[in-house]
Design a protein around this ligand. Structure first.
Ligand SMILES: [Fe+2]
Length: 236
């Protein structure tokens, strides 16, 4: 896969037992060929992240997370002569960890990076509401040529080129297919329907792989296509 794609980005906010990331997992994911990792509302779920932030320079955290402790909320990437600014922003709707709406958050990143010769911005907009993500794209489509939603774990069917912008409301998850967005099904029933005290168990079993592949015109320096990838386990 790493030979096919020039740049691979993954959202890793659930990679450490469903919540957060550790330095060990950060290194494991990069060793698989992922170039940069974005995060989300669970960025600070593992306490150790603040102890190792300096060692994780390929980790991009949400600008508008209420617990943000680092300026690593964007990264300028030179990819085949194209200068891409990768940003991570939280949605505001139904997102308790967000301390600023995504629109002023991105305005601040634009202002901060305006003199850095960026060809276009790629935003991981980590939020619940599909409408908020599409609104974000429509408002910023002169700058944010790639807007990829994450957080709901369920890949949406709206991947499309909106003018010269590549967009999807949610890229979907890579994780256990027979689960409640990754968590053990019976445990989730016990917790939410039967109101029983439970632990937090990651479901085990065959995995689904979700992603999007984006093709960029290297002359025009704009995306030209977006394709959904969704590989589910074979039925028994
Ligand atoms: Fe999330």
């Amino acid at each position: 896969m790493t030979d096919v794609y020039d740049l691979i980005i993954a959202n890793a906010e659930n990679s450490a037992h469903g919540k957060g990331i550790t330095l060990k997992i950060y290194r494991q994911l990069l060793s698989c060929g992922i170039d940069y990792l974005t995060m989300g509302n669970h960025t600070y779920s593992k306490q150790m992240i603040n102890d190792h932030m300096d060692e994780m320079d390929r980790l991009i955290v949400p600008y508008n997370h209420e617990k943000r402790t680092t300026d690593n909320y964007y990264k300028i990437i030179d990819c085949n002569g194209i200068r891409i600014c990768l940003c991570n922003i939280l949605g505001f709707a139904f997102m308790t960890e967000s301390n600023l709406e995504p629109y002023p958050a991105f305005e601040k990143i634009l202002e901060e990076t305006k003199d850095k010769n960026i060809d276009f911005y790629m935003v991981d907009l980590h939020g619940e509401a599909t409408s908020e993500k599409r609104l974000f794209l429509e408002y910023f489509k002169k700058k944010a040529k790639i807007v990829i939603g994450t957080h709901t774990h369920v890949q949406t069917a709206d991947a499309d080129m909106i003018g010269d912008c590549a967009f999807i409301s949610d890229a979907g998850m890579c994780g256990t297919y027979y689960s409640i967005i990754g968590r053990d099904i019976q445990e989730t029933i016990d917790a939410y329907i039967c109101k029983q005290p439970t632990g937090y168990s990651i479901a085990e079993g065959p995995a689904i792989f979700c992603a999007v592949a984006i093709d960029v015109d290297e002359t025009e320096k704009i995306p030209v296509s977006i394709e959904r990838i969704r590989i589910k386990p074979k039925e028994n």
